[in-house]
Design a protein around this ligand. Structure first.
Ligand SMILES: Cc1cc2nc3c(=O)[nH]c(=O)nc-3n(C[C@H](O)[C@H](O)[C@H](O)COP(=O)(O)O)c2cc1C
Length: 359
């Protein structure tokens, strides 16, 4: 199950329905659940969401941790595995919003990035487009320490590993992307230098957990600031980005794409997950459009139909292109999607209203 923000955790505390929401998926044979984005232990981690509410969970404080214990137990009772997606919204957090509105938003170079082609509504863009102060050295250290504390908490409450949100233009990705990282110190420069923040987070998470505690890292070409953005224009650039993450101790690379079959670079059919595996030898996860006929963005505007395209997934898994496949929207529409698809039964139809429910 791919990570999907749900906004059912007012004050950062998962509401009682969250455990059952994940339990239903584990019970219907989802192998690995990556939870919704969970704010790391840093005041500027979460703000008002670009789409929807602003009730994402956190993974610190007694009450939140007690609720997460229940969520983890629910998934485990059904034979599932579950990891939280650790999230710092960074550049994308609207200043003055979230659980700590007084905290300044965290931006590598103070900039939101380009404003053309952004996937956020115009009123949101107005809140974030102004430049702010770039992060200082000590602020960067505080955020890395926040990731490490949250990862240690994840392990303490029984999660099977952690997933790091290094995609879509949020904080980790904003260090990687040249448009949002103009720094000339040790945190900016060429691709390996821009990957340093991600690598330091991975190192700190590893040090705060255990040598065998799985760390999944999500990355993407596309950004909320620019759906057509690319951080790696060639396989060599992708390698320059991923090598420092592998050195730092990442276990699984989750390549977030719109459609998992789309070639990542000219001259090859390999998707982004396939390239990540070929270049690093690490297990990879593909995602995007499994069980559906439209990508995430198109499905907001165009009629979307549930489609059985699992033969394409199986073919690529058999070829060794990737090892895991993430299923997002199909699992929101139907908690039973895995079981029903496997047994050849009809699944629930696509409906945008499912985004607003915890069914
Ligand atoms: C409602 C919703 C919320 C999402 N929230 C997150 C999130 O918190 N973190 C993340 O990395 N991706 C998030 N995504 C992206 C999904 O993880 C996934 O990559 C995307 O939906 C494509 O997969 P799909 O075609 O199977 O839906 C979200 C997607 C949806 C539909």
């Amino acid at each position: 199950m791919a990570p999907m923000t749900r906004n059912f955790s007012p004050g950062g505390i998962p509401s009682p329905g969250v455990a059952d929401y994940y339990r239903r998926r584990a019970a219907a044979d989802v192998g690995l659940i990556v939870t919704e984005g969970v704010g790391v232990d840093h005041p500027a981690a979460l703000g008002r969401e670009s789409v929807g509410g602003g009730a994402s969970p956190v993974l610190h404080g007694e009450t939140a941790l007690a609720r997460w214990r229940e969520v983890v137990a629910a998934a485990h009772e059904e034979g599932g595995k579950i990891v939280p997606q650790l999230w710092h919204q960074g550049v994308i957090r609207a200043p003055g919003t979230g659980y700590h509105p007084e905290a300044p938003s965290a931006r590598p170079s103070g900039t939101w990035g380009p404003t053309e082609g952004a996937m956020v509504p115009p009123d949101y863009l107005e809140l974030v487009r102004q430049d702010t102060a770039p992060l200082t050295e000590s602020e960067i250290g505080d955020i890395i320490a926040g990731f490490a504390r949250s990862a240690a908490n994840a392990r303490a409450v029984g999660f099977d590993g952690v997933a790091l949100h290094g995609a879509h233009g949020y904080l980790i990705d904003s260090f990687i992307w040249q448009q949002t990282n103009r720094r000339a110190d040790g945190w900016g420069g060429d691709l390996p230098a821009r990957a340093r923040f991600a690598a330091e987070v991975i190192r700190a998470v590893r040090a705060a957990t255990a040598p065998d505690f799985p760390i999944v890292f999500r990355f993407s070409q596309w950004k909320l600031q620019d759906y057509d953005a690319r951080i790696a224009a060639t396989p060599a650039e992708l390698e320059a980005l991923l090598a420092p993450l592998v050195d730092a101790g990442v276990d699984v690379l989750d390549a977030s794409t719109r459609i998992f079959t789309r070639p990542a670079f000219e001259g090859s059919d390999l998707g982004l997950a396939g390239w990540a595996k070929k270049l690093t030898g690490k297990p990879t996860m593909a995602v995007g459009g499994v069980g559906l006929d439209k990508d995430l963005q198109s499905s907001f505007a165009q009629p979307t139909v549930m489609t059985d395209n699992l033969a394409l997934v199986a073919e690529r898994v058999a070829k060794g292109e990737f090892d895991l496949v993430g299923v997002g929207r199909a699992l929101l529409m139907d908690a039973q999607w895995v079981r029903r698809t496997r047994e050849g039964q009809a699944v629930n139809p696509f409906r945008l209203e499912a985004y607003g429910s915890l069914d």
